[in-house]
Design a binder for this molecule. Structure first.
Ligand SMILES: *Cc1c(COP(=O)(O)O)cnc(C)c1O
Length: 515
């Protein structure tokens, strides 16, 4: 059965739009996020509507074909051929593992390695396909305007988006990152980005400042008008764009099929998933996969020391009024998790008015509280957190147990998975739950060499490259090209601005004739 899926805003009942339109717009005009009006089901992939048969079919596919099938359920105004073309361009030579997202078993856990793309973080999974989806959407809608991608990054989205959109005809991209809140490799990756259509700007604020600045510009109708007059329109490469979420759903289905293929489970058995969480995009994709019928029992939301989500799930109150910490897992240093809005919308019974009021309360007072009725709908979520010591200890523990080196973000999830496992075994009186736990591994350890070597009590001797060589020896993995190519790369971007100057930076860049 083929459904026609449309997208509507979480904040008002305006007319729904097609996937292409939602993709191009990024954010809804009322400042809300686009959500599907109806959730398609994986079982729709079987003619008889049978989930087991659909999953069995998916088990026989390679990553690209599986991604095309899953994305096709949600992007229903795209043709299969169109999606196939996008997937072929995205998931090819840019990845250094032919599995695209290998699932490896270490120390009783299954690590889903999502860092084999060009910028060695999981953002590549969605961002390497996003420009192709946008170009196709543009073509379909007869859009003649240049698309200006505005992006806020906590470290990894920026580079993945830059690499994906650099020199793509009909697009320009501007990235804002927290000048003092990303790892040295992350910063170097961004400021060395080439391309005639790219701009990278450090801001003297944190990710939340960058994100709220970008969201303001995206929903500013005056600015949109100015842009329109120059033949441009804004869009977003952040996970507020459904074009980011949809490709992410695919790898949860993929992980499930790998567990079946390896004999760890039979089709239909449930799994648990632990996700290192910041902006709530990655784990929301897992939630959508579950709603589409993927047998996922628990979603374990893993936070670092900025544990606003842990507190939210354990108390039912979201409160961003707290100290902000710069941690060793910078891509999770976030106090306002944008995509949580999509979950709030769901548990508010898909009532945009309720959702809008809570989001207004968040904007005005920095907090909101769920009703008992809403909280009950969160029973599939578990929350855990790992502070800085826990994170380092987990890196060391996994290495000593399994000889496997993980990055600090993955370590937060790995630690959370273990805490969850211990807790559920306690509840089951020592009887081990038979559902495997997939730990989502979001970055290569080579992106955080200093932290990782520190946790392994290895001197990070010499320069970055020597440190990378030490890590290569310990992990038995070659130094990824994303790191080795940084050595001779020239710094091309050095602008730093205050958070109040973001808008001027954007208008200045767009005035330049070269871009
Ligand atoms: C972005 C990122 C995260 C957080 O993902 P969200 O979708 O924002 O929750 C975790 N780990 C790494 C390495 C990331 O780049």
């Amino acid at each position: 059965m083929k459904r026609n899926i449309l997208y509507k805003s979480t904040r008002s009942s305006t007319d729904p739009v097609t996937a292409s339109e939602a993709l191009l717009r990024g954010l809804a005009p009322d400042g809300g996020l686009y959500v599907p009006t109806e959730m398609p089901l994986l079982s729709d992939l079987d003619d008889g509507g049978d989930l087991t048969a659909a999953l069995e079919k998916l088990c026989e596919m390679d990553y690209r074909s599986l991604a095309v099938s899953v994305m096709g359920l949600l992007l229903t105004d795209f043709g299969e051929e169109e999606l196939r073309e996008c997937a072929d361009k995205a998931y090819g030579s840019g990845f250094d593992d032919e599995q695209i997202a290998p699932l490896v078993k270490k120390d009783g856990m299954y690590y889903l390695e999502l860092f084999h793309g060009r910028t060695i973080a999981f953002k590549d999974m969605a961002l390497s396909i996003l420009p192709h989806l946008m170009t196709a959407a543009s073509r379909k809608l007869g859009n003649k305007k240049d698309i200006v991608i505005l992006t806020a990054t906590s470290g990894d989205t920026g580079k993945a988006a830059l690499a994906a959109f650099a020199d793509v005809p009909g697009t320009k991209i501007i990235v804002f990152y927290p000048k003092y809140g990303v790892s040295p490799v992350q910063e170097r990756q961004m400021v060395t980005q080439r391309g005639s259509n790219v701009r990278v700007i450090g801001i003297t604020g944190n990710f939340d400042d960058a994100q709220s600045g970008v969201k303001e510009m995206l929903s500013d109708s005056t600015l949109a008008g100015e842009l329109d007059a120059t033949g441009c329109r804004f869009s977003s490469a952040n996970s507020i764009n459904i074009g980011r979420l949809v490709p992410q759903i695919a790898y949860y289905v993929w992980a499930y099929t790998r567990l079946v293929k390896s004999g760890a489970i039979t089709v239909g058995r449930p799994i648990n998933v632990a996700v290192p969480t910041g902006n709530f995009g990655n784990i929301l994709a897992c939630y959508y996969a579950k709603k589409m019928g993927l047998p996922v029992k628990k979603l374990i939301c893993a936070s670092n020391k900025n544990k606003v989500l842990y507190d939210f799930f354990t108390t039912g109150a979201y409160d961003r009024n707290r100290e902000f910490y710069v941690t060793s897992s910078p891509s999770m240093d976030i106090l306002v998790s944008s995509n949580l809005e999509r979950l709030i919308y769901e548990i508010a019974g898909c009532d945009p008015e309720k959702c809008r009021l809570l989001m207004r309360s968040l904007a005005e007072s920095g907090r909101y509280e769920l009703t008992e009725e809403m909280r009950e709908k969160l029973s599939c979520f578990e929350a855990e957190y790992a502070d800085e010591d826990d994170t380092a200890a987990e890196i060391a523990r996994v290495f000593s147990k399994a000889g496997y080196v993980i990055d600090p973000h993955t370590a937060v999830a790995s630690c959370a998975a273990r805490l969850f496992k211990e807790r559920s075994e306690d509840m089951a009186c020592g009887v081990t739950s038979d559902s495997p736990i997939v730990v989502v591994s979001t970055a290569s350890p080579f992106k955080f060499t200093g932290t990782v070597l520190g946790a392994l009590s290895r001197e990070s001797a010499g320069d970055d490259l020597e440190a990378a060589e030490t890590l290569a020896r310990l992990s038995g993995r070659p130094i990824p090209r994303a790191v080795s190519e940084l050595k001779d790369a020239q710094i091309l971007h050095d602008t730093v601005c205050g958070k109040d100057e973001m808008r001027r930076q954007v208008t200045d860049f767009l005035k330049k004739p070269t871009c």
